[in-house]
Design a protein around this ligand. Sequence first.
Ligand SMILES: *Cc1c(COP(=O)(O)O)cnc(C)c1O
Ligand code: SF4
Length: 338
Amino acid sequence: MINYLYQEQNWQSQLSDLITDPLELLELLQLSPEQLLSGAILASEQFKLRVPRAFVGKMSVGDPFDPLLLQVLPHHLELEEHPGFVTDPLDEESANHIPGVLHKYSSRFLLTLTGACAVHCRYCFRRHFPYQENLPKNDDWLNIQSYLQSQAQINEVILSGGDPLTLSNRKLAQWIERLESIAHLKILRIHSRVPIVIPNRIDEELISLLKNSRLRIIVVVHSNHPAELDDFTCSKLLQLTKQDILVLNQAVLLKGVNDSADVLVALSHQLFEARVMPYYLHVLDKVKGAHHFDLAPRQIDLIYKDVLASLPGYLVPKLVREIAGEKNKTPLFGIATF
Ligand SMILES: *Cc1c(COP(=O)(O)O)cnc(C)c1O
Ligand code: SF4
């Protein structure tokens, strides 16, 4: 393990000191530059390498197949074309009416406040999404506000990505205050991978902001592998869960990363150590460039069957797929046999 002393470094400086050069990443992990075939550099130009040092600190030195490394290192296979793997698999462009807003689920409303993420996950379904054209500016709040006020069935707003926890606490506080002013909103959900890749993001200010909101707060983190949840990360997540903030985890099932029941079972147990409940296990979205993470339906069934057999029901994440145009995630089981 590399120790970067990231436990003492504040999150803002960690966020401004991300690794973006694949060669630097390999060098830190004592891996040979030949690890990168020429296509990988091209792949990293299409979707830049971006990874916090604290996350690299959880990788094993000298292991080219480290499951955390595989999630972030650009790969020449990303350049391959595969039928059915497209740039906007969820057809989000068509759900886009007001800048920053996606209203595709009936009772909840997705607000994208930033296009930035702390980490670039190679399998991300938004790797081709035109974020920057679609962020709310300050005066868009009035539009969003009148839209929300007209939709009484919406009781929940989801801050999604990009990654909302890359925003400053001041900016978050401003948006939370705005949302609190809509009387029928009850729940604020924050989807973020930052607590996993920069655990120090969970700072006193954030905790007090969330703790003092009149909205019920749910934080959905994104961790795919138990090695992402070292003691320090768990201790930070515990600081949230100890405030009665519900923390859930979503994971993506990825070939070469967590495609075994043992890993998924260990992930659930590790989450529970931090009082985080497994929520979703997503089947990969068929996004262009992510084909090498895809698993056959038959394998998915076998893995999930083992997971079900090994865990108490409350630690089993729901296996789901997102289907373009559907109003909810589609639960899957027995996908090879139906
Ligand atoms: C599925 C999804 C949601 C809605 O999640 P539910 O938990 O099913 O309400 C919100 N944001 C993102 C990014 C999603 O993929
Ligand atoms: S943090 Fe989430 S939104 Fe950002 S690249 Fe990773 S999976 Fe995609």
